[in-house]
Design a protein around this ligand. Structure first.
Ligand code: FES
Ligand code: MG
Length: 572
């Protein structure tokens, strides 16, 4: 039952007076009693001049409000912080948990019977869903949607897989300054999120799979009228949920729903960041994501979506081919179709209603997959006792089994200072190692895992090398890159022990990553590690909270005090 403005009244002995006060103040905005006595749907506003991905948020808010009012509810818009990938120092990941806290507390603090969260740029949907899962108020998620594609010299361009490819071409001297300037204006041709299968698109697909958003919400391009209508429908649905009181996130976020999301993550060739975020969301409802099961799904679930960075197409093509409902239909019994959604029914109805688009080649069938195996594998070994991740769908097949000499960089700064040095001792078969880039190390686990190919090797035509770090990587990047090495070097993980010249063996088929140095020598190096002092950046404020509370990648990098303790894991 909706409580409207009565919700969360602090009565101090006179609830009637508290409501009287609330109404007296809110009436300053011109609201009538008729408006104020209705079920309230809160709507987050994450518009920011620093967040071009969210440039359509004002239009979506208006549409959600219209939907809420058409269904007889009262919409109330409120601000939360907004995070864009390129404008969040030191990293957007550093701020994800802050946004989750902000969103959670503002939903809790203000009277509302249901909430619509509107987000999209990489860390925003995870933050909002983590918040919603913890509050457990009926929630509809409205992704802002992907950008439309760009065009250059007859080619389609996408942010930001092609940003990297073309910048590499510029670094290698293959295109000139005038052309790279032209390209700069064509890579992000509209508002909305990166239109490749990067983290934003991945999390929008995960959100739709978890049943937290309406069908097709992941793929409708941001500038399309259809997205505005989706926002209106989402507002309507939220107003109904405000009255009925459900479904709540806890009713949707079941173990089966997380298995579905992990299956979709593999089948879309999703971003490696998706696993961290999914783990964090699961932790909010007391559910530990099983990495062994995720890896097993990776061996069984084929990649069916042909999208960059591992394939050919872009999100709008996925949309016009039938979107996520069509993918769910293709995955068939690999998906638990009994899982419920905010639309009111189950994924079975969503899959049954999926459009069939003759001749489309973006969403493949299980019989004719892009790749017979999923996109990601979980590695363990003496270099990553609690796991590491590789997106082998975006790697060079010849490097998936490789032993090479380590070339170690101690930090992002060390990497920047030396990677392009003409006298750097490095060859094409070496393994580039970057450390102190994990959750605590950098801080905020920057997307530094995509180490650039040293300029002198790039000029010789080397396009890929094995690269290993405790960092993350942009979901839009490509290469043989081992990420999320856990525990990270800054907390004494084995990555801290590697020395230039050591041999490292990567064996993706065996799911192993090993440092070929004997245990006695590793023990000697471990004993010689300097004691860790609290770094300068962590002395005060949010940075201190982050440093003292952030968990490792295998717990989704959430804060230890935000995880649901009742059933959840408790890693170091
Ligand atoms: Fe916002 Fe890529 S920068 S989604
Ligand atoms: Mg990204």
């Amino acid at each position: 039952m909706s409580k409207g403005l009565r919700k969360g009244l602090t009565s101090y002995g006179d609830a009637g007076f508290s409501l009287f006060l609330r109404k007296a103040f809110i009436k300053a905005m011109g609201y009538s009693d008729d408006a104020l006595d209705r079920p309230i749907v809160g709507i987050t506003n994450t518009y920011s001049d620093y967040n071009p991905c969210h440039g359509n948020v004002p239009v979506l808010i208006e549409a959600v409000k219209r939907g809420v009012m058409l269904a007889g509810g009262m919409p109330m818009v409120f601000p939360t912080i907004s995070i864009h990938e390129s404008f969040a120092h030191p990293t957007s990941m550093f701020l994800r948990n802050l946004m989750a806290i902000d969103t959670e507390e503002m939903i809790r603090a203000q009277p509302m019977d249901a909430v619509v969260v509107i987000g999209g740029c990489d860390k925003t949907l995870p933050a909002q869903i983590m918040a919603a899962a913890s509050v457990d108020l009926p929630t509809v998620v409205v992704p802002v949607g992907p950008m439309v594609v760009g065009h250059h010299k007859g080619e389609e361009l996408g942010a930001c897989t092609d940003c990297r490819r073309l910048w590499s071409a510029y670094r290698a001297g293959e295109i000139d300054e005038a052309e790279i300037d032209t390209v700069n204006g064509r890579l992000a041709p509209s508002v909305g999120t990166c239109m490749v299968m990067g983290t934003a698109s991945t999390m929008a697909c995960v959100t739709e799979t978890l049943g937290l958003s309406l069908p097709m919400s992941a793929t409708i391009p941001a500038p399309h009228a259809e997205r505005v209508r989706l926002a209106e429908a989402s507002g309507k649905r939220a107003a109904e949920m405000a009255v009925t009181g459900g479904p709540k996130p806890s009713e949707l976020l079941t173990p089966a729903a997380f298995r579905n999301a992990a299956t979709v993550l593999q089948a879309i060739g999703g971003s490696t960041n998706g696993l961290i975020h999914l783990t964090a969301i699961a932790g909010r409802v007391g559910h530990a994501l099983d990495f062994a099961e995720f890896d097993r799904l990776g061996r069984e679930v084929p990649v069916l979506i042909d999208l960059k960075p591992s394939g050919q197409h872009y999100m709008e093509h996925f949309h016009h081919a039938g979107g996520l409902p069509r993918l769910l239909a293709q995955l068939g019994d690999r998906i638990d179709l009994d899982c419920r959604t905010v639309a009111g029914g189950t994924l079975r109805e969503v899959a049954a209603a999926a459009e069939i688009v003759p001749g489309q080649d973006v969403i493949r069938s299980v019989q004719d997959p892009i790749k017979p195996e999923g996109s990601m594998a979980v590695l363990t070994g003496n270099l990553a006792p609690r796991g590491a991740l590789i997106k082998h769908a975006a790697a060079s097949p010849r490097l998936l089994q490789h032993t090479g000499r380590a070339v170690v960089f101690d930090s992002v700064e060390d990497l920047a200072a030396r990677i392009d040095a003409p006298d750097l001792d490095v060859g094409p078969d070496d393994v580039l190692v970057l450390r102190n880039t994990g959750p605590k190390g950098a801080p905020g686990m920057p997307e530094a895992g995509y180490l650039p190919i040293p300029k002198k090797l790039g000029r010789q035509g080397v396009k890929d090398m094995v690269r290993i770090s405790d960092a993350r990587m942009s979901g839009t990047a490509f290469g043989t890159i081992v990420l999320h090495v856990t525990p990270e070097s800054a907390v004494g993980g084995p990555l801290a022990l590697v020395q230039t010249g050591d041999q490292i063996r990567l064996d993706v088929a065996a799911r192993r990553i090993d440092l070929l140095v004997d245990e006695a020598e590793l023990e000697r190096r471990r004993a010689a590690l300097p004691a860790t002092a609290k770094p300068d950046w962590a002395r005060r404020g949010y940075a201190r909270l982050f440093h003292d509370s952030v968990l490792q990648a295998d717990a989704g990098c959430d804060f230890d005090f935000l995880v649901d303790r009742d059933g959840a894991e408790e890693p170091a």
